[in-house]
Design a protein around this ligand. Structure first.
Ligand SMILES: [Cu+2]
Length: 265
């Protein structure tokens, strides 16, 4: 096993100069893509004090305040008799905003680490580890010798599916990774459902046949649209509730690219 790892490490070392620059440039592109998809990128980029290379680490959250821990999760790192390497211990399902104290014990015979990050970042850093380019002092990771224990306090400030892993070459492939799931807060979920802004308006024309209704309305905040008189789509059921001259409160959203009245009161 030792020989195999050494060979792998040497192979990667030779490969480094060939594409190190390219890898770095690409990384920044990927980071911005992830941020765009995530929608949380901007607000967290500022909180990151580690520079561009680790901006993405903030997607899983930020170092937690050890005086504000919501609960403790016990983690055990170990190898099994049949060659697997595992991250065992308590369930890793969290709620957004929770601060978790991870108490990690390496019960294996080899050195292991515990890293919290996105699946994508773990995959990237795994390659860097193999190239021996990786720094080990990040707040979202801890490396533990056989028999050692340690702690990571982490605040899961974003919801999403993340990963706990050991990125020591070969260990991830041997099973040392686990899903970390962070769900939206209950209050936030209710907000997302209830947070519908109705706009006041007056129906000036109803075209039941065409499925269209003209509404003289106030600003449509959800669409970033000023008040005006314009035509909306509405389905049959909605149109049936409408008549000319009627004062309404409504919600319009783009449906198949056409602004449509989706709620009415
Ligand atoms: Cu390991």
């Amino acid at each position: 096993m030792k020989n195999l790892l050494l060979t792998t490490a040497i192979a990667f070392t030779f490969a480094v100069p060939a594409y190190a620059a390219g890898t770095h440039a690409k990384k920044h592109d990927e980071v911005s893509t992830e941020k765009a998809e995530d929608g949380h990128g901007d607000e967290h980029a500022e909180m990151d004090g580690h520079g561009d290379d680790h901006a993405e680490a903030m997607m899983i959250g930020m170092p937690g305040d050890s005086s504000k821990v919501d609960r403790t999760v016990n983690v055990i790192l170990l190898e099994t008799d049949d060659g697997e390497m595992l991250i065992k211990g308590d369930d890793m399902t969290f709620k957004k905003g929770e601060t978790i104290l991870f108490k990690i014990k390496n019960e294996g015979e080899q050195e292991h680490e515990f890293v919290l990050d996105t699946v994508e970042n773990n995959a990237k850093h795994k390659i860097e580890m193999a190239k021996m380019m990786m720094e080990h002092d990040d707040p979202n990771r801890i490396t533990l010798d056989s028999g050692a224990s340690g702690e990571v306090v982490w605040n899961f400030s974003n919801d999403g599916t993340f990963e706990a892993a050991c990125l020591i070459p070969g260990h991830y492939e041997s099973g040392m990774h686990r899903e970390v799931s962070v769900s939206m807060e209950m209050a936030e979920m209710k907000m997302a459902q209830a947070d519908v802004v109705y706009t006041k308006g007056t129906i000036t024309k109803v075209d039941a046949k065409g499925g269209k209704v003209t509404i003289d309305h106030g600003p449509l905040l959800n669409l970033d649209m000023p008040g005006m008189k314009m035509v909306f789509r509405a389905d049959e059921e909605m149109i049936a509730k409408m008549s000319e001259g009627q004062n309404i409160e409504f919600v319009a959203e783009p449906v198949k690219g056409k602004l449509t009245v989706v709620k009415l009161k």
